[in-house]
Design a protein around this ligand. Structure first.
Ligand code: PHB
Ligand code: FE
Length: 345
């Protein structure tokens, strides 16, 4: 995931809706019919059946195919609620206030808001995260990996059938400085459990030669990022591969769809390193369509801070997501002191 550890030094969480904190969370016993547990957080209740996740709140209900829900939930868990808003679909999602988090139904959907039917509650991040982790653990069956491309995993359907704890508790990769440095995140190889993915069989695996001046051997390093990404076992999961102060390079390998519509709270750069991703761009708050952006290898684009976006990649591709992790940016943008775009010509 793409958050710097320095994120935890953020100032007191902003609370633009002025919502009280909900503290009630609960886990119900396994259903006699499906075998799955049910969960509550505040006034939201969640259960799953063979095909769907059902979400119920005072005055409303919603359902999503369970594969869509689990892929999105997996990202929200692994990214610790990410930057800004994680829309699981057009109705349900979370907005990160870094220490506290809003969970909503309809709050980023123009029709819900216009009808006064949106519902939002606020939680301590670690409390809601506890429920989300329990949910992804209980609702993921043996053989299903919500991080994997659909053609590389089994199916999530049916009644409760084992689990896949190894897949849903993967440790996120966050380099302290850069992949490959002594003591930092290691490079990937056949030997440490990362074979080259079937779609990247043509990616060269040679490593750069480093010829450091005497005395600087421990300070100069390089690695083959293409080889590193060709060996990723997950999709749509940016990991911090190099970091300089607030500047985070978070490359990732992408196949099928980004499982969430990400609503930004800052600008975010995409460098398309290989192949092609189509981005659907919508207004962050209403969901109205704004643009389709086709990024081909070598293209660079910047997502404004007032949109949501979802990517579509048929052929597994490599993407560099470049984030500014500064904790000050969302509030500066909310107050109109920083622009929604990276540059004004
Ligand atoms: C994003 O929301 O910007 C994002 C998330 C995951 C990815 C790529 C981009 O794999
Ligand atoms: Fe994004």
């Amino acid at each position: 995931m793409a958050m710097a550890e320095s994120r935890t030094e953020a100032p007191a969480a902003a609370n633009p809706r002025n919502l009280p904190l909900q503290t009630r969370v609960g886990v119900g016993p396994p259903s006699n019919r499906t075998g799955y547990k049910s969960f509550t957080a505040g006034d939201f209740a969640f259960h799953r059946d063979s095909y769907f996740t059902h979400i119920i709140w005072p005055g409303g209900r919603h359902q999503m195919p369970v594969d869509t829900f689990l892929r999105a939930l997996m990202r929200d868990v692994a990214w610790n609620f990410f930057y800004g808003t994680v829309n699981f679909d057009l109705v349900f999602g979370t907005t990160n206030f870094y220490g506290e988090v809003e969970m909503f139904a309809g709050a980023t959907n123009e029709a819900f808001v216009a009808a006064g039917r949106d519902f939002v509650q606020r939680f301590k991040s670690e409390e809601l995260m506890g429920i989300f982790k329990a949910m992804i653990g209980d609702w993921t069956n043996a053989g299903y990996d919500p991080f994997a491309a659909p053609m590389e995993t089994g199916a999530p359907w049916g009644t409760k059938n084992g689990d896949n704890e190894r897949a849903v508790t993967r440790l996120r990769v966050t380099a302290a400085r850069m992949v490959g440095l002594p003591g930092d995140v290691p490079k990937r190889s056949d030997g440490n459990g990362f074979p080259v993915n079937r779609m990247f069989a043509d990616v060269a695996q040679d490593e750069p030669e480093v010829h450091a001046e005497p005395g600087f051997e421990g300070e100069v390093a390089a690695f083959n990022l293409f080889a590193y990404l060709s060996r990723s076992d997950v999709t749509w999961n940016p990991s911090v591969c190099s970091i300089l102060r607030e500047s985070l390079f978070c490359p990732t390998s992408e196949e099928f769809t980004l499982p969430v519509e990400h609503g930004n709270d800052r600008v975010e750069w995409f460098v398309q390193l290989s192949d092609e991703i189509i981005w659907a761009i919508k207004d962050r708050d209403t969901g109205r369509y704004r643009a389709q952006v086709v990024c081909k290898a070598g293209d660079v684009c910047c997502m404004p801070a007032d949109i949501r976006h979802q990517g579509f990649s048929e052929k597994r591709s490599m993407l560099l997501v470049w984030e500014n992790a500064s904790a000050k940016i969302p509030e500066l943008i909310r107050q109109g002191k920083a622009p929604n775009v990276p540059v004004i010509f």
